[in-house]
Design a protein around this ligand. Structure first.
Ligand SMILES: [Zn+2]
Length: 476
């Protein structure tokens, strides 16, 4: 039996999808020339006055409402004081004792159970700049393009119990934020990253152990790996009778370990105080309702609907609803009159395989929902076999042609004409008389061989059901 259990809390930083920064009009476009997107406000020159980005406030409220948070009618910004070269002002504007959203939860469908992870709060803050050490000799540089970019910080209660749950949480949150169009979820560009607080406690205990914080994890895989390692590390410390230190750690992706960055004792006491240059944020009921009306149907609701209305298995429903564009594609195909399960099978099989192989996004895919339902009709009516259907699908994917046209121009129609198949089968049976003898002597599994030969000679176009029937008749 396990002696310790892990207690995990996450703080997720999601970059908001606004065109301009949190407190100035500078662009938030990623990857531009260093310091080309800065102004006196975001580089912290004295005497400047910041102005709150209305879109950022709306986005945070939208996310808060979608995640079931209580929206504060009155909230305000605070200065979080610390010194670091990527923060020329000497403080980060964030929210402290009056955040804009409190409470809320994310529900995870884990393999064996449903888990509800509660949120503590969501608040707004500005991002810091970036120190550049790579390729520099005897000095470092600072790029402040990211300074002042609006972030949403989403903080969970310490209710996550395993590395798998942590990555499932990140995936679900990313999916919801992308549905809401408030964050692009691009983890390579750092638009979504998280800090994980990890502590261990003896099984059965309710007190919290000493936690270590792993900073800035930027992939689902690394979230799992970093927490896995950290749990193992703390377990080793505790088993040897040692004490876990409260500290900030970094995950080293090369060694797969976490490394101490700074201990809390030497860490800064942030000295928060209200930001005097910014007015408090007041969210009226009218504004709240206006923002609420912009919330689209979310993945959880889609899953329920796909299971109840379309009879899809939970697994299919979850996979198809993860990305909004995929879900809408699926729904359009259903609207065109396709069988939901058949559509789901083709999408999760051939479509996703080809999209992955060619790194194509579904919205750029040449196959339309209508093309797919056309193909399904051909398969269902027996005009083509499933096997030929897959070839046709690939052709549709490459050329953007409709299934029917491909089938006609390539002569792929299934042979369901009994007379035609009769003669093909007669030919094969006389060609392989030795096998026929063996079959008659009891080697029944040779049926597969005969079917295979028929398929070979008809280039896969023979109707397999009919072939089996005819063979049965002829071989007695
Ligand atoms: Zn600026």
């Amino acid at each position: 039996m396990k002696k310790y259990e892990a207690v995990i809390g996450l703080e997720i930083h999601a970059q908001m999808r606004t065109k301009t920064k949190m407190f100035c009009g500078c662009s938030t476009t990623f990857g531009k020339e260093p310091n080309s997107q800065t102004c006196p406000v975001c580089i912290g020159m004295p005497g400047v006055l910041p102005v709150i980005n209305r879109k950022a406030v709306e986005f945070t409220v939208r996310a808060g409402l979608a995640l079931g948070c209580k929206i504060s009618s009155y909230s305000r910004f605070a200065r979080k004081n610390y010194f670091y070269p990527d923060l020329p002002k000497g403080y980060q504007v964030s929210q402290y004792e009056l955040p804009i959203c409190e409470g809320g939860a994310v529900v995870l469908n884990m393999e064996d159970e449903q888990r509800k992870i509660e949120l503590t709060r969501i608040h707004m803050e500005e991002d810091a700049g970036k120190n550049i050490h790579e390729g520099m000799k005897d000095f470092s540089c600072v790029d402040l393009n990211r300074a002042g970019v609006p972030l949403m910080e989403i903080v969970t209660e310490p209710q996550i119990r395993s590395p798998k749950e942590a990555s499932a949480f990140m995936k679900k949150l990313r999916s919801v934020l992308r549905y809401l169009d408030v964050c692009d979820g691009n983890m390579e560009e750092g638009s979504l990253r998280c800090d994980a607080n990890v502590s261990l406690r003896p099984v059965g205990s309710t007190a919290l152990g000493v936690k270590a914080e792993i900073k800035n994890i930027n992939s689902f895989k690394f979230v799992e790996k970093a927490i896995e390692y950290e749990i193992w590390r703390q377990e080793e410390v505790l088993k040897e009778g040692g004490r876990v230190k409260q500290e900030t750690r970094l995950y080293n992706t090369t060694t797969g370990t976490t490394e101490s960055m700074r201990s809390k004792e030497e860490a800064h006491d942030y000295r928060y105080f209200p930001e005097p240059d910014l007015v408090p944020i007041v969210i009226s009921n009218a504004l709240r309702n206006e923002i609420k009306a912009t919330i689209v149907e979310l993945p959880d609701e889609k899953v329920t609907r796909y299971v109840n209305d379309f009879g899809l298995p939970l697994y299919d429903a979850e996979l198809l609803s993860q990305e909004k564009d995929t879900a809408l594609w699926f729904e359009e195909a259903v609207n065109k009159g396709g069988n939901p399960k058949a559509i789901s099978n083709w999408m999760m099989g051939e479509l996703m395989r080809l999209l992955n192989e060619t790194t194509t996004r579904i919205e750029d895919c040449k196959v339309t929902p209508e093309h797919l339902t056309g193909l399904i009709k051909l398969v269902d009516s027996g005009a083509i076999s499933v096997k030929i259907g897959k070839t046709v699908f690939e052709e549709m994917f490459n050329s953007g042609e409709q299934a029917e046209k491909i089938v006609k121009s390539k002569g792929l129609l299934q042979i369901s004409n009994e007379g035609e198949l009769d003669s093909v089968i007669d030919g094969i049976l006389s060609q392989y008389s030795a096998e026929v003898e063996r079959f008659k002597a009891g080697e029944v599994k040779l049926t597969g061989f005969f079917v295979g030969e028929v398929m070979k000679q008809t280039k896969g176009k023979a109707n397999p059901k009919l072939v089996n029937e005819i063979l049965k008749k002829k071989l007695g």
